[in-house]
Design a protein around this ligand. Structure first.
Ligand SMILES: [Zn+2]
Length: 280
């Protein structure tokens, strides 16, 4: 069984590499991070891997998934790396998603802006942050937003671990969320770095969570500045878009400032939604 899983992983990795040989942007290739303060939780491949070298435990990191946002359709070659993860909202409505929190510096600012524009969104939270900031988990839930599991410690390589290890990580994260908000539905899972594998998708589904990717990615974790984040989102947004933003994992003031510019425009052009808590 182990051999079979390993073979599947290897095949999936090889397939992904062959389909998207040159779509990895420079900033994603070898951990040459534009640095951010604080822990590195952004949805990016982990650093230190030899670019183009042998996989060493993070089979999908550094390959195509992060690129699927470029055309926003979810129909490009990168889709093959998603293992069935949803890259769009499944409706004409646009979904804003905020990853890696909660963070006491930025999550309250994001919540305030969403409240100001009467917008509901989806928060993909990291288990240890949920444990450390239960009040913010409660605020997210109480204000009508949707929760999404984003692993315990933002493990980009989680998909390469055993099914038991993946299950343990996801359950630990859900337990931390439920310790803060006992009745909150947690029906979405987003793999850190978008580094999907067949095992991580399977385990998430077994636990009642639908894998969630994205279709618009302004790479706000690279700190391009509010103007660029704003321009990317407003240019690429279309009905059904799932927009990837971060409210933690570094200095996210640029994201907060961008959100202040993005919300008036998006709310004029689209209906925005928190992803449903009863996905089919
Ligand atoms: Zn993340």
């Amino acid at each position: 069984m182990t051999v079979v899983v390993a073979a599947l992983l290897g095949s999936a990795y090889a397939l992904g590499r062959s389909l998207v040989p040159d779509q990895v942007p420079p900033g994603h290739s070898a951990g040459a991070t534009t640095s951010a303060d604080g822990p590195h939780y952004a949805d990016q491949p982990s650093g230190g891997e030899p670019s183009g070298g042998a996989p060493t435990g993070t089979p999908s990191a550094g390959t195509g998934p992060a690129e699927t946002g470029q055309d926003g359709s979810g129909q490009d070659a990168g889709t093959d790396n998603l293992f069935g993860a949803h890259a769009t909202s499944g409706s004409p409505r646009l979904a804003l998603t905020f990853d890696d929190g909660p963070d006491p510096r930025y999550t309250p600012q994001v919540l305030a802006l969403l409240r100001e524009y009467d917008v509901h969104a989806t928060f993909c939270v990291v288990g240890e942050n949920a444990q450390n900031h239960p009040d913010l988990i409660q605020a997210i839930v109480n204000e009508g937003h949707t929760l999404c599991n984003h692993s315990w410690h933002h493990d980009v390589g989680l998909g390469a671990r055993s099914a038991d290890a993946i299950r343990s990580d996801l359950l630990r994260t859900n337990a931390a969320i439920r310790a803060a908000a006992p009745n909150a539905p947690i029906v979405w899972y987003r793999q850190p770095g978008g580094a999907w594998t067949y095992p991580v998708v399977s385990v998430a589904r077994q636990l009642g969570m639908t894998p969630l990717h994205w279709s618009v990615d302004p790479s706000d974790w690279e700190l391009p500045g509010a103007a660029k984040i704003t321009a990317t989102v407003l240019t690429q947004a279309e009905p059904g878009s799932v927009v990837l933003l971060h409210d933690a994992g570094g200095n996210r003031q640029g994201t907060v400032d961008a959100l202040r510019r993005i919300l008036p425009d998006l709310t004029a052009r689209f209906e925005l939604e928190a992803l449903p808590t009863d996905p089919t």
